[in-house]
Design a protein. Structure first.
Lengths: 450, 220
């Protein structure tokens, strides 16, 4: 079982059940014995009253019905009976017995004898009987009996009352356990929300705002998040260093091959292999970069800065080829992307656009009504045929090999944009006639307070 | 035309030097950022090829220092980094063009030629004056459509004068742009090259301004 809540609730319920069962058993046994003792006590009192009545009326035994005048003895089958028997065998009984008689125990014990016997109509009764000698010297067997049915009914009522009470207590305990668990687990829930929220922030969580039991965990999570960011930064740097280390030797090999080719050697296959190697490396590094991107990190790029840089750089690049580049964008826009990734995307796309444009490349950026950032790059080049548009963003698809390049620009841009939860759509541009690349990027809202 | 190659990888630097020299360009090599900056500040280069990953002082710093010192030589940056951020940093700091490693040597020479041409305010790669045409892509010189054989020094002188058409170029400036940094310089040999060019291409192409230098008149 891995849920803390389930553990706590189950544990609480098991405890409650154990306590309730034990409590119920103990209490009901105690109350039951108390009831039984009271039942016998009442019956003994009645027996004593009967003995006193017999002592006073031994001369006129027929007056006993009046002497033992309790009303409960007058009603037939009331459940309360008395029966007095002389040594000679004359039997006097309460009207409640009607024609029935209680059996007399054998022997002539002068001790009180308590026993369960079959009463009128076979009804079980509890009887107390005793041989007494009254002051005039005569001896009598005085017996009182009480139906056990009422006693059993009383026991049932008692048990039901107890069960109802305990059911209520159980329900209350479970509720209390649930509430307690909720209260105890609240800091953990808070922690979970904080952790998912804090991935988006550079600063860690406030350790002091958690209970002391949770605070060390919060501390550890802070360390872990910091380490994670560190590892990501490091692997990116290492990937870039590796790319750097491999490219210069690759350039040297390429030049050697070019020289050999100039001398008439057939090196075409080696050149093709080197081209594939370079393309694969470029692709892999781009992938590594896209995979290493944590889109949940609260990064933001100010488009005024990033697009300003791109505008100056690409005005120069386009100018070198006798083409023009214009960027028009709303001020104050921010995208939820790291600046280097944003520049990687826009750089690749603008590079493509400048390469293919006949004379003009445009960039427009603005905010959509639903708050996202829309960037469109268009050129007046040949564009991409409709049926090829889908293929164009896939890995290393060079649609036209007449210009230098690896055919990776669109694919790299596509991967990075997707890593940040954005979208890229290609179409034909109606105004300029060439390719239009539409990018929908997540908007970075509030400025960080730093 | 003089080129500075700032590249710390000796094999690549020598390959670059070999290629550009074979195209009639004069090439110096700097193997670290400090040397690159020193040469860039003290020698009159036409193009600087600057690797961004230089030791001692990185290429971006060299670029910024040169530009802030008022140096407006055309600069082509080389980067091995995939990141566009690096390239944009370079272009933003005043580089004129960039190339990412690995590159094709042919592309590099085309970019270098384009930079030289652009500085001269020339849109096409072919210069022509009177009956002489000079194709900067092939270093082919023709007179009335007939190819002429020129030595590499002769081409260097002709190329510099064509790229500076309409401007008087002194002998010192010419020798500054056709000799290496540590090469033997003799401005008298410049006169020899000019005389040979006159013989091969006709006497009215290059005009001498006595005591001051030479000029190829701009095409009207």
């Amino acid at each position: 079982m891995t849920s803390l809540r389930a553990r706590a609730v189950t544990g609480g319920i098991l405890w409650a059940v154990a306590i309730i069962v034990l409590g119920l058993a103990g209490l009901s046994s105690y109350l039951s014995s108390q009831t039984q003792a009271r039942f016998i006590e009442v019956l003994e009192t009645r027996h004593s009253q009967a003995v006193v009545a017999v002592s006073n009326n031994s001369e006129a035994a027929s007056d006993l019905v009046r002497a033992i005048g309790d009303l409960v003895y007058q009603v037939p089958d009331s459940g309360q009976y008395w029966q007095v028997e002389s040594a000679e065998g004359a039997i006097y009984a309460s009207p409640s017995l009607g024609e029935e008689r209680l059996p007399r125990p054998a022997g002539r014990s002068e001790e009180r004898q308590r026993r369960e016997i079959a009463g009128p109509n076979g009804e079980p009764v509890f009887a107390i009987g005793q041989w007494v000698t009254v002051p005039d010297g005569s001896t009598w067997h005085v017996q009182v009996a009480s139906s056990l049915r009422s006693f059993e009914q009383e026991q049932v009522v008692l048990r039901n009352t107890l069960l109802t009470a305990f059911a209520f207590v159980s329900f209350a305990s479970v509720l209390a356990a649930l509430m307690q668990v909720a209260v105890v687990l609240r800091p953990l829930n808070q922690l979970r929300q904080d952790v998912s929220g804090r991935w988006e922030q550079e600063d860690g969580m406030e350790v002091g705002s958690y209970p002391i039991e949770v605070a060390p965990l919060v501390n550890d999570i802070n360390t872990l998040m910091e380490r994670n960011r560190d590892i990501m930064r490091r692997s990116r740097r290492q990937a870039a260093d590796l790319a750097h280390a491999i490219k210069t030797p690759s350039a040297i090999m390429r030049n050697e091959l070019d020289t050999l080719m100039g001398q008439g050697a057939d090196v075409q296959e080696a050149r093709d292999a080197l081209d594939r190697l370079d393309a694969q490396l470029k692709r892999s590094f781009a992938r590594m970069r896209a995979d290493g991107t944590d889109a949940t990190l609260a990064v933001a790029t100010e488009l005024d800065i990033a697009l300003g840089r791109m505008q100056r750089a690409f005005a120069a690049i386009a100018g070198n080829e006798g083409k023009t580049f214009n960027a028009v964008y709303t001020e104050g826009l921010r995208v939820r992307m790291e600046q280097s990734d944003f520049e990687e995307v826009v750089g690749n796309l603008l590079d493509n656009a400048v390469k293919w444009a006949a004379s003009e490349v445009r960039l427009e950026a603005g905010q959509t009504p639903d708050g996202q950032i829309m960037i469109t790059i268009t050129d007046d080049g040949p564009g991409i045929p409709k049926e090829e548009l889908e293929k164009a963003t896939q890995s290393g698809q060079r649609l036209d090999t007449s210009k230098p390049g690896t055919g990776l620009g669109l694919a790299i841009a596509h991967d990075l944009i997707h890593a940040y939860g954005g979208k890229i759509i290609l179409s034909k541009d109606e105004a300029l006639g060439g390719l239009a690349v539409h990018m929908r990027l997540p908007f970075a809202s509030a400025k960080r307070a730093d | 035309m003089r080129i500075l190659i700032a590249e710390d990888e000796p094999v690549l630097a020598s390959q670059l030097k070999k290629t550009l020299t074979s195209e009639g360009l004069t090439v110096d090599v700097a193997i670290d950022g400090a040397e690159a900056q020193y040469l860039g500040e003290t020698e009159p280069y036409d193009v600087i090829i600057l690797d961004l990953g230089l030791p001692i002082r990185d290429g971006l710093t060299v670029l910024k220092n040169l530009r802030s010192g008022g140096n407006d030589t055309s600069i082509l940056i080389l980067t091995a980094r995939n990141d566009w951020t690096d390239r944009v940093d370079g272009l933003d700091a005043g580089a004129d063009d960039y190339l990412t490693k690995p590159f094709h040597m042919a592309e590099l020479s085309a970019r270098v030629r384009a930079l030289i041409r652009r500085k001269a305010g020339k849109a096409t790669p072919v210069f022509s004056r009177n009956e002489v045409t000079y194709d900067t892509r092939t270093n082919q010189v023709m007179v009335d459509g007939v190819p002429t054989n020129l030595t590499s020094q002769e081409i260097a002188v002709l190329s510099y004068l064509f790229h500076n058409s309409g401007r008087l170029v002194s002998r010192t400036e010419l020798s500054d742009h056709i000799y290496q940094h540590d090469g033997d310089r003799d401005s008298n040999t410049i006169a020899v090259f000019v005389n040979r060019l006159r013989k091969k291409l006709g006497s009215d192409l290059i005009e001498t301004v006595r005591g001051r230098g030479y000029v190829i008149k701009a095409t009207a």
